[in-house]
Design a protein around this ligand. Structure first.
Ligand code: PBG
Length: 307
């Protein structure tokens, strides 16, 4: 009766990995229990998530190396893996919300979220490509596009382009406070997208900064974000809490790959109780102020909450 925070299945967003091929799935070594799926098998996985009551998925592609280049050209191919996946998902599982990632890293030979020149990331040139990527996703049927690249000005540019092309009902989930984090390691294994040189500190945030997150959120809101995200989640609960005080938009927390991997590793050793740890962690994110949580545990949590 006096419980203040509640974790429900409707709070969950399930991130999934898609690859080319058929009838195959590959377990990600650093994320036991998570797979890259060929599109046909992914549809079954998403149907199962919808059946459990999970309201949304976030889609991430594994792009073959020969389709990568510095400018991420494949990212806006209308017949590319992501647009094909969106169309198939919308047809097979029409009642699940499809969120797509807007960033160049899976498509970049450099493994960066932007175009690289002389060892630097070109912000404005990258934004122009991100706009094309977002439009190709909207055209394929994405419900929300989610720029995760942290280029300046991308939310405003994407909003303007979506509106100009008539995609007025496609929303933007902005990765607003995204930190340059070691917690993304397993995800980069999953997509073969680790940076080939340097790190992402010139565009992702310094993990020592909290006030800067409020600045980034304020900019994204002014530019037209419909939801704002904090990523990673666990080392940044104070940031989630501060952003919750700062905006009435939905606040989304991304319980990232490294957070998943740590729990899995300890659970496999028998050192912790996986179910209890996950439910405590995700409820903690709700208490901190998150409305929605991206988590690779989404299906497990849905099973556990159903009891
Ligand atoms: C890249 C992107 C990353 C994640 C989501 N989108 C990795 C990165 O920024 O290097 C990480 C997700 C996770 O670790 O679970 N645009």
């Amino acid at each position: 009766m006096v419980q203040e925070s509640h974790l429900t299945i409707r709070d969950l967003i399930y991130p999934v990995f898609v690859m080319e091929g058929s009838q195959t799935k590959e377990e990600i070594a650093s994320m036991p229990g998570c797979y890259r799926y060929s599109l046909d098998l992914l549809l079954d996985e998403i149907a199962a998530a919808a059946e459990l009551g999970i309201p949304a998925i976030a889609l991430f592609p594994l792009i073959p190396y020969d389709q990568k280049d510095n400018a991420g050209t494949e990212s806006y191919n209308p017949q590319g893996l992501v647009p094909r996946a969106i169309r198939a998902i919308k047809q097979a599982v029409p009642n699940i919300v499809v969120i797509t990632d807007v960033a160049l890293d899976p498509y970049s030979t450099e493994g960066h979220d932007g175009i690289v020149k002389d060892g630097q990331i070109l912000n404005d040139e990258t934004v122009a490509v991100l706009v094309k990527q977002a439009l190709s996703q909207a055209e394929a049927g994405a419900d929300l596009v989610a720029p995760s690249d942290m280029m300046d000005g991308r939310v405003g540019a994407i909003r303007a382009a979506l509106d100009a092309e008539g995609w007025i009902n496609v929303g933007i989930l902005a990765y607003s406070a995204k930190y340059a984090s070691a917690y993304y390691g397993p995800f980069r294994d999953a997509l073969d997208s680790a940076p080939k040189f340097g790190d992402k500190k010139t565009y992702q945030m310094d993990f020592a900064n909290g006030r800067e997150a409020l600045k980034e959120v304020a900019l994204d809101i002014t530019e037209g974000a419909d939801m704002v995200m904090v990523k990673p989640a666990l080392a940044y609960m104070d940031v989630i809490h501060r952003i919750r005080q700062h905006t009435n938009l939905p606040v989304v927390a991304y319980n990232v790959s490294g957070e998943y991997a740590m729990v899995k590793a300890a659970a496999q050793q028998g050192w912790i109780d996986e179910q209890k740890i996950v439910l405590e962690t995700l409820t903690g994110l709700k208490r901190a102020g998150a409305d929605l949580i991206l988590t690779y545990f989404a299906k497990d949590v849905a099973h556990w909450l159903k009891g």
